[in-house]
Each structure stands twice: as structure tokens, then as C-alpha cells.
Design a protein around this ligand. Structure first.
Ligand code: PLP
Length: 393
């Protein structure tokens, strides 16, 4: 029994009805916006190309206003934003931080930069992000609450924080995860690198934890060439974030005095100018991404052996990357489909290698990871540039 396996020619033919017949269709191309030239030219004309000009603050204000958070602090990339957010959340050397096993490597790297260890947890195939039910069960069985904090019973280490990630822009179950963070005394920090413009029950991802993090890397929904931001409602944390990302230099007219170990992580104005042009048109951008998703839905209806991933019912996803999910894990079929689409000029991608399989994280503590393992051989990310949908006047 069972449906016939998905035919690679049928898949690429159906994808082509959405992408058109360009020789090369990339996974994600930026839409820089009409104002990008003008803003970048302004920074060039003014000579204020570094982080002392006006665009950094304008970009931060636009991000805060758009996401409905009090403060945004722009950084050189999303990884540096994660690093500082974790330090500010109280992550210390020797701690553990709970992260999904299925995420981009930067999520775990930022934990390691703090001298802490990632502790991998499983994901839920209906959200592609951390599974709250599995996490709650696991923590109940494997941790103990001491006077000051939650400890991993096996390693004896403090578990300092919970770091969920919104995979390909699709929001995770935040209410339940926030409840777990409260129950166990964990700092909640959101890796919202992929989900600018996504809403969880009407509210922007990245604004639920003590701190949230965005990325503006070249392939993200908004790009500044390279860049990131820390979001927080906490004034004190925002001031600390600004301080730590500017080498912890005490403000003074001429003195060089740095009152702690800081970082050179501030975003230059040249990059912020690019970001501002895009964030000002954010809702139009998200609308086109959602239209593209609808086009894929129509084109992939009743595909044998696979289905387009749909946003969870509580969410409005930015649909950063559209995802085709094979009904069951099938590594040879996955290879075959990826190779055929690539040969046909369609840039498709699998999901990341689960992080516990990477050499530097192989010895890290981890919960059972059945859904992570299965999804690793089920995911095909589809070309998702907003430019695949015409802009409306
Ligand atoms: C892009 C991304 C980051 C940050 O990446 P940078 O390239 O440093 O901006 C972090 N986490 C996830 C899940 C990402 O996709």
C-alpha cells in the first residue's frame, strides 16, 4: 500500500508554475526597496558611514516601532546580537542553555561564545520549532530545582536560559514555552533571526522573552548586507546592550575608558540605511511573501508523498522560506529531489544538519530527538524570494 513516491520531474514542473522559467531561481533574493539608493547616498554624501551617523538610530526606532517593542539595538550580525543577549540574560561560563537541535549553527555558537554549553531539545513537526510538551516532560525527569536555579541532574550544571527559534519564520508555541521558562526559572531569549514580520497570537516574535534577536544577513527577509538587532522592553538591558556592543566605553568627550570587557559589535550607518528602506515597507513585503505561499499551496495541492508546511493556527508567518515536507523520512528520495531541482535551476535546500551531529557539539547534553532526526530527512526549502510575486502599485 501507500502512495507512489514523489516524482522529481513532477515536483520541479509544479514549482516552475510558481517561479516562472528563469534559468536560475535563487532560494532567497533581497528586495532592497526604492529608498535604499537614496538613503545609502545620504550616508555617502554626509561621510557618516560608520556607527556615529543618524541612520543607526533611525533604523533602531523603525524596528522598535514595527515590532512593538521599546528598544532595538542594531549590531554587526545576528550571531553577535545573540551572544550579547545571552550574556545580558545572565548566561555564564559552565551554564547550559536549552536550544532546539534543529536550527542554524549560530544559535548554539552564541551559547558556546559565552563559555556555556548548548543542551539540545526536540522540535515539533507541526511548528518546526521547540516542542513544549516534550520539553516539559524532559525537564520534569532530568532537572532539579535548587534554591537559586534549575540544575541538570546528570551534569550538575545550572540551566540558565531557554532559547527557542522560529524556524524559517514560523512562530513556535510561545505561551507554553514561556510557561516552562517561568516554572523552571529560565531566562527566555528568542532567536527571531528568521521571523521578522511574523506574529504569535497577534504579537511580533522576538518580543516575548526578556530579549529577542533579529538577523539581517544577506538571505533574510530584510538584509543590511550583514547585521542583527537585540530587542527588549527593558530599559536597563537596552542601555547595557548598547554599552557592551560599543566596547563598553564610558561616554566622555575625549577619554578612552572602558569599564568592562566589551565588544565591537555596533552596526555601521551604511548598513542601517539599507535596513531602514526595507523596514519602512515591511507589511507590503510580508504581504508578498504570503501571496507567494498561497501560490505554492495551489501549485502543490495533492502532491503525492509530500505537502507544503502550513503555518500553525495561532500564527501569522512571514513565510521567509516555504517548506515542502515529505510524508516520511527518506534520505535517498530527498537527495534525488534536491539534485533534480538544482539541475533544473531551482535553488532548493535541505534543513540544517541537526546540531548534535556536528563535531563540536557531539558531546553536549541532549533530550531524545526523534522528531529532529525525522525532519532532517523530510524538509525541502523552496525558492521564496518576494520578487517571485509582482509588487502592487
Ligand atoms: C541567520 C540566523 C542567525 C544569525 O545569523 P547572522 O548570519 O550572524 O546574522 C541566528 N540564528 C538563526 C536561526 C539564523 O537563521
Amino acid at each position: 500500500m501507500g502512495a507512489p513516491p514523489l516524482d522529481p520531474r513532477e515536483l520541479s514542473a509544479r514549482l516552475r508554475t510558481v517561479t516562472g522559467d528563469a534559468a536560475q531561481v535563487l532560494l532567497h533574493e533581497p528586495e532592497l526597496g526604492d529608498d535604499a539608493w537614496r538613503y545609502v547616498k545620504e550616508t555617502l554624501d554626509s561621510n557618516w558611514v560608520s556607527s556615529a551617523g543618524p541612520f543607526g538610530r533611525r533604523f533602531e526606532h523603525a524596528l522598535a516601532a514595527y515590532t512593538g517593542t521599546r528598544h532595538a539595538v542594531a549590531t554587526v550580525n545576528g550571531t553577535s546580537a545573540l551572544h550579547v543577549a545571552l550574556l545580558l540574560a545572565g548566561v555564564r561560563p559552565g551554564d547550559e542553555v536549552l536550544v532546539p537541535a534543529l536550527t542554524f549553527v549560530a544559535t548554539a555558537n552564541a551559547v558556546a561564545y559565552c563559555g556555556a554549553r548548548p543542551h539540545f531539545a526536540d522540535v515539533d513537526p507541526t511548528t518546526l520549532g521547540l516542542c513544549p510538551a516534550a520539553l516539559a516532560d524532559y525537564l520534569a525527569g532530568h532537572t532539579e530545582q535548587r534554591a537559586d536555579a534549575c540544575y541538570n541532574r546528570a551534569s550538575g550544571r545550572r540551566i540558565a536560559a531557554l532559547l527557542p527559534m522560529h524556524t524559517f519564520g514560523h512562530p513556535v508555541e510561545l505561551d507554553h514555552l514561556r510557561q516552562i521558562a517561568d516554572d523552571y526559572g529560565l531566562a527566555l531569549v528568542e532567536d527571531a533571526a528568521e521571523s521578522l514580520g511574523s506574529l504569535y497570537r497577534g504579537r511580533h516574535t522576538g518580543t516575548f522573552g526578556r530579549l529577542g534577536v533579529l538577523s539581517f544577513n544577506g538571505n533574510k527577509i530584510v538584509t543590511t548586507g550583514g547585521g542583527g538587532a537585540i530587542l527588549t522592553d527593558d530599559e536597563e538591558l537596552a542601555v547595557r546592550a548598547r554599552h557592551l556592543t560599543t566596547t563598553a566605553k564610558r561616554p566622555h568627550r575625549w577619554e578612552y575608558f572602558h569599564d568592562e570587557l566589551g565588544f565591537n559589535y555596533r552596526m555601521p550607518d551604511l548598513n542601517a540605511a539599507l535596513g531602514l528602506a526595507q523596514v519602512q515597507r515591511m507589511e507590503a513585503l510580508v504581504a508578498r511573501k504570503r501571496t507567494l505561499h498561497e501560490h505554492y499551496r495551489e501549485a502543490l495541492t495533492d502532491l503525492p508523498g509530500a505537502a507544503l508546511f502550513r503555518e500553525p493556527p495561532y500564527a501569522r508567518s512571514n513565510h521567509w522560506l516555504n517548506v515542502l515536507l515529505l510524508d516520511r523520512p527518506d534520505p535517498p528520495l530527498l537527495e534525488h529531489l534536491l539534485a533534480h531541482c538544482q539541475d533544473d535551476g531551482l535553488q532548493v535546500r535541505p534543513v540544517w544538519t541537526p546540531l548534535h551531529r556536528l563535531p563540536m557539539y557531539a558531546d553536549c547534553p541532549r533530550a531524545p530527538l526523534p522528531h529532529t532526526e525525522a525532519l532532517a530527512a523530510r524538509v525541502i526549502c523552496l525558492p521564496s524570494s518576494p520578487g517571485l510575486v509582482p509588487a502592487h502599485g
